[in-house]
Design a binder for this molecule. Structure first.
Ligand code: 4AD
Ligand code: MG
Length: 448
């Protein structure tokens, strides 16, 4: 059975077609009804004309309401009316599943995103959420394509781990068993990043990446944070910070280009209804050079900014979201890569500069979102790494496996993490991260 997208792409005019989907609306004329059917394959509905001569017209077709599922067989013809190129003249319309009009929460009108968030199980039937789901799927595919075409090997790193990669104390903990014992022999939790394990594989396979769920027990109720999100983490042996920046830039530009090509109708919808100017903004990101500032330069620019920030920018504190957005949105009107952050505010694994002041970190900031990518060149020198770990108060015994990577055949290497939901936000223009993942998890929020 073709999808409605197939039919629109390649209309088999004057032939009999079978379609199945959900009714968006029914409009009755004197001797027939118009049925607008959507099957999720594309934004547009297919119009079906059901004549009163059909055997079940009065008993069933006239009772079909928004949300009912149905199967239709009929002849595809050019539509004489405005609004659609083709329509189906039904030979049969078979209700598959009824939806009680009085209690079905979705109506033909537009619903607010806040309302839809309360019915996560039904919201993919709304145009916006369906368009997000399709765009998200294509973006995932494009990311795999980009990395696979460049010889990266995908690895699956563990969801359950005893290593706290970011050292920020944001690991969800796995409770001890009923008998008080730790199932894994010691305290374990849900991963905040697959990076440390990815490094082990990069130092054997060269170029690897992970694409998996990531968990952070940070109490942030913002439009850019989730407690469970997906992250893509490429890791490259024999690579420095410059190579890392170039790869991250190429990945972002590639996937936006792919979206223009393969998600065009959905992007046009977002541009019209969600974020006016989205297409122009995305085109610019795909084509313009990213601006590069060191952290020192970024702080100097922020201190000279003609705006008052809630938190005054000062060397030694992490850039706040308001700072990141001002740099990308106001100052540069382009993505900005900030490198060489103070060592004291970044994790232990980043490579220390010779003067000991900064580390080879990079964050990519984009307009509308702020940080979308965080990465670094890793500390490959055994003694420097051990010293940094001690300074961070880590128990080196527990990380011997990671230290081994510097003991045996260590090489300069680098990688980054791309927050998948933030990428979906960038490409769709959706303002709230909870609308770009099917079932969002945030503080107090896990209803199913
Ligand atoms: O900057 P982060 O914390 O970097 C890491 O985890 C490194 N281990 C990555 C690496 O070098 N392999 O996170 C990377 C990205 C952020 O830039 C952001 O896009 C996203 O992950 N991110 C979140 N997205 C949604 N909700 C959250 N709570 C997020 N925390 C980070
Ligand atoms: Mg970060």
């Amino acid at each position: 059975m073709p999808t409605i997208a197939d039919i629109f792409a390649n209309p088999p005019l004057d032939e009999t077609v079978d379609i199945a989907g959900w009714l968006r609306s029914r409009r009755d004329a004197a001797s027939f009804s118009f049925l607008a059917i959507n099957d999720g394959s594309c934004l547009a509905n297919l119009q079906v004309i059901a004549d009163c001569g059909l055997a079940n017209y009065a008993d069933e077709i006239k009772k079909l309401g928004t949300g009912c599922s149905l199967a239709v067989r009929g002849r595809l013809q050019q539509s004489p009316a405005q609004g659609q190129a083709v329509e189906v003249v039904a030979d049969s319309v078979t209700p598959v599943g009824w939806a009680d009009a009085a209690s079905y929460p979705l109506q033909k009108k537009r619903h607010s995103l806040e309302f839809l968030r309360e019915i996560c199980h039904l919201r993919p039937r709304a145009n916006t959420l369906a368009a997000v789901a399709r765009t998200r799927s294509r973006l995932a595919f494009a990311i795999h394509s980009f990395l696979q075409e460049r010889g990266f090997v995908q690895i699956q790193t563990p969801v359950i781990t005893t290593s706290d990669c970011e050292g920020a104390g944001e690991m969800f903990q796995i409770a001890a068993q009923a008998d008080g014992r730790h199932f894994f022999g010691k305290a374990a939790g849900l991963t905040v990043s697959g990076q440390l394990q990815a490094e082990a594989y990069a130092l054997a396979l060269g170029k690897v990446y992970t694409f998996g769920p990531t968990f952070r027990a940070e109490n942030s109720n913002t439009s850019r944070h989730l407690a469970e999100f997906w992250m893509i983490e490429p890791e490259m042996a024999f690579c420095d910070l410059g190579g890392d920046m170039a790869m991250a830039t190429a990945l972002l530009q590639y996937v936006i280009g792919d979206a223009f090509e393969h998600s065009a109708a959905d992007l046009t919808f977002f541009d019209s209804f969600i974020d006016k100017g989205l297409l122009v903004k995305l085109r610019a990101i795909a084509e313009q050079d990213f601006v590069h500032f060191t952290y020192d330069e970024a702080v100097a620019r922020l201190q000279a900014a003609p705006v008052k920030f809630a938190q005054a920018p000062r060397w030694g504190i992490d850039l706040q979201s308001e700072h990141e957005r001002w740099l990308a949105e106001e100052l540069c009107k382009a993505p900005v890569i900030v490198t060489d952050y103070p060592a004291a505010i970044k994790p232990f694994y980043m490579r220390l500069a010779d003067d000991g002041r900064t580390v080879a970190a990079m964050d990519i900031l984009v307009p509308g979102i702020g940080e979308i990518i965080g990465g670094s060149q890793r500390e490959e020198r055994l003694s420097v790494l051990e010293e940094r770990m001690r300074a961070a108060g880590m128990n080196l015994d527990e990380y011997q496996w990671y230290i081994d990577l510097r003991r045996f055949g260590s090489v300069p290497h680098a990688g980054f993490g791309l927050g998948f939901e933030r990428l979906v936000q960038l490409v769709t223009g959706m303002a709230n991260i909870r609308d770009v993942i099917a079932f969002p998890r945030a503080p107090g929020l896990a209803p199913c």
